[in-house]
Each structure stands twice: as C-alpha cells, then as structure tokens.
Design a protein around this ligand. Structure first.
Ligand code: GLY
Length: 425
C-alpha cells in the first residue's frame, strides 16, 4: 500500500544507540511496526523486543524471513563483523549496514591502517605486529607517548596510550600473551600519538555519494576533565565547536570522498553509516579510526537533530539514491550525558530501581542502554544505564537543560560526568 504506514522493521542491538534509532524510525509515517533484538526497556516502549542476541546471525535471519520484514537495520559492530548484512541479503532481505568485507575497515585496525596508507588518507605513522618480541623491540626505538591498539574489536577498550616503555611493554603483554581481548589482540598496531581536538563525523554513504551528519564529540574517559579509565563513552556533544566549515571542506576532499572511492575501487563498496574518528592536528585533520556504524553515544546526541525521516535516508542508502535526497539537521546544539552504574567501567551492581520524575516520562531525550523491566519495575541492568539528551540554541544551553533532566533521574549509585558540554577553550 503506497502512502500508509505499512513497513515492518527490525533494529538489531540493545543499547542507547539502538533506542535512538528505534525512536527516530518510530516517527516515520511509513513505519507500521518495529522489532528490536534484543532491545532494552526503552525500546520496549516503541517496539516489540525479541529475545535474539545481536550476534545470533541465523536466529535473526530466520526471524526476518518468518515475519517477512521489509528492512533490518544492523547497528552494532559484532554482527557486522560476523556478516549479518551479507546473510540477510543472501536471503533477499533488505538490510541497512555494510557487508562483512566493507566493515573490515572497523574490525581490523591493521587493515584500516594499511588501507589508509596505500590510499594516502592522512593518519598517524604505524607498524603492525603479530609477534610480541618484535613488537617490544620496535618499542625500544619509539618516542613516547605511543598508541597501542588491538587489531580486532574490543568493546572500544582495545586502545592503550603508553607514556613510557614499561607501560607499552605491559600493554603488548596484556594483548598478545595474556589475551585480554582474546583473538582481537593476536595482531596489534603501534602508532604515533597525535595531539589535537578529537571530532567524530558520522556519514551516510551509499558507496558513491556521502552525506556527513552534524559533527560530534565523544567523551571516552570515565572522569571529568578527560581523566580516568576508558569507557564505552560517557557523553557526547553535537556539533563539535572545533569543526569549522573550512576543516569540514578539507575532510570532505582529503578524507571522506577518498575513503569511499578507495573502498569501491578495492571491491568493498561501503553502504551504511561510516564513522570517521578524526583528530585536528597542526598538519591538518587525520583519521584516528573508522567505525562501520553509528557511534554510541554520538547517535543519541545526533539523531534528535536530524529533521529528515530516517527511514527515507536508510532506504536511499540501500537503493544507492543518496544523491537525490536532501538531508537536513536542526541548527541547534545537542548534549547527551550518560548515566552509569557506580563503579563502571570496572565492577558495578545492577538491579536497582530507576525512578524518572513525572515531567520526564514523555521526554524525547531519555535513551535507555542497560535497563530492563523486572516484575513491572524499571531497573538498572548494565554499566551504562541511560543517556539523557537535550537540545539548545547554544552548547551551554543544551548542557544546562541536559543536566537539569539528569537530576530528575534517580537510581542508587548513579554516576555521570559533570562536564559534558562544558568545553571552554
Ligand atoms: N563512541 C565511539 C563508538 O561508538 O565506537
């Protein structure tokens, strides 16, 4: 039926990013029903959660076939690396996300560094090692600080910045010998440490054209002032105050288009969301890393700014018609504060009831990550519990509004950074 709400969609994943994607898709007049696998308490308000894990490729394919779904949106890194999009396409099911070979730009850091080098895409100098002894003897020739990365996926935690040799050797041992990240650390990348402001640019691409979303900035460290251990992300702002029009133009011509053109030329056209983790150095913008998907928590900051129907965008990507679509973002600022369980990213307790004050119950900016409904009560269920987003005319206004909402969300041992959106320089 043309026109009416008739599409049935499955969103794969269960984090705050997936809640934001489900929320945005639920606003599309063409969407009839959304499923989320496995989802969380937040997605259950807008979609039907199905208890299939995101990495259960055959389970997801069977479900999509059985329900004759019109579209499956694959957002987490693991199922992309397992080839879920390929498996869906083989069965004739429309899927949003890159193929396994295209997603290698994220799931192998060694591949992505070599890809950048051979295609002259600006990035830090590096070397790849599969032998720990060689890695250690290379380190003795390096200047510090230096960056050591596990080749494979590691929940965003596979990057070490070592300030001296001993620390670097320890990181190599942890990854390659103690197998802290399993097989993901069998190969490692050792690369030069770059200084500058970090900016994330997520872009929609159909393999030929590319439309950047508004820029954003993640906050990876656990504590205020970018101190403490790395986390999955404690908050995000959008746009980045450092990403000027001039820098954006340079990125477009020197990084974004060369990347998708080279992926196409190398026989792995990239269709989906391509995430450019950038650093603005004195020598110009460089790529720190690529992700083959929406970022978390950047997505919870960015999607509330997207004015265009997300379904239209996802379909234009799949149908390679992105150049025909006008994609608009609100000219506002967005701040997203992650509320975590006390102790995260180390050990933490779950199962605490979550209380939202009444004026938040209909708020569009409360994105759940680690939540579940147990015996009818909303409870904490993970390290990162909720992401609270607010918009404003300025970054300061958005931050003020986001924190005023944070203070109306209550659960025991809640922990959040107090400086998201407080960029001063
Ligand atoms: N926020 C970084 C990521 O999604 O990997």
């Amino acid at each position: 039926v043309e026109g009416g709400a008739h599409l049935q969609i499955l969103v794969v994943g269960g984090g705050g990013r997936e809640h934001a994607v489900v929320w945005k898709l639920s606003k599309s007049p063409r969407v009839d029903k959304i499923y989320c696998a496995p989802g969380n308490a937040g997605t259950s308000l807008l979609a039907e959660n199905v208890s299939i894990t995101a990495t259960d490729v055959s389970g997801i394919v069977s479900f999509a076939k059985e329900k004759q779904l019109d579209l499956v949106v694959v957002t987490p890194d693991d199922p992309l690396a397992l080839g879920l999009v390929d498996a869906l396409m083989e069965e004739g099911i429309r899927a949003f996300g890159p193929t396994k070979t295209a997603a290698q730009i994220e799931w192998s850091k060694a591949f992505s560094k070599e890809f950048m080098k051979r295609n002259r895409i600006p990035t830090a100098d590096y070397a790849v090692f599969t032998d720990p002894q060689r890695a250690v003897s290379h380190l003795t020739t390096c200047s510090f600080p230096i960056v050591i990365k596990a080749d494979g996926l590691a929940l965003g935690k596979g990057v070490f910045i070592a300030t001296h040799l001993e620390e670097a050797v320890h990181a190599v041992h942890e990854m390659m010998l103690a197998k802290r990240f399993g097989n993901s650390g069998s190969s490692i990348v050792i690369e030069a440490f770059l200084t500058g402001k970090e900016v994330s640019v997520l872009a929609f691409t159909d393999g030929k054209s590319l439309v950047p979303m508004v820029s954003s900035q993640d906050h990876k460290r656990a504590w205020d002032g970018d101190l403490g251990p790395n986390t999955g992300g404690m908050g995000a702002i959008s746009p980045s105050p450092y990403y000027t029009k001039e820098i954006a133009d340079t990125c477009h011509s020197k990084i974004f288009m060369p990347t998708i053109q080279a992926m196409e030329k190398e026989g792995r056209p990239f269709k989906g969301v391509l995430y450019f983790g950038l650093i603005l150095t004195e020598d110009g913008p460089k790529v720190l890393e690529y992700n083959a998907r929406f970022g978390d928590p950047e997505t919870q900051a960015i999607l509330p700014l997207l004015e265009t129907d997300l379904l239209d965008v996802l379909e234009a990507v799949i149908d390679e018609k992105l150049s025909l679509l006008d994609i608009h973002f609100k000219k506002k600022a967005s701040v997203c504060v992650v509320m975590a369980s006390g102790g995260y990213p180390n050990a933490y307790e779950v199962g605490y009831p979550i209380l939202l004050e009444p004026d938040l119950l209909r708020d569009d900016g409360i994105f759940h990550s680690g939540t579940a409904i147990k015996e009818g009560v909303l409870k904490t269920q993970g390290g990162r519990v909720l992401a609270v987003t607010a918009l404003g005319e300025t970054l300061q206004e958005a931050a003020r509004e986001a924190y005023s909402k944070v203070l109306k969300v209550h659960f025991e041992n809640a922990y959040f950074r107090r400086d998201i959106g407080a960029q001063t320089d």
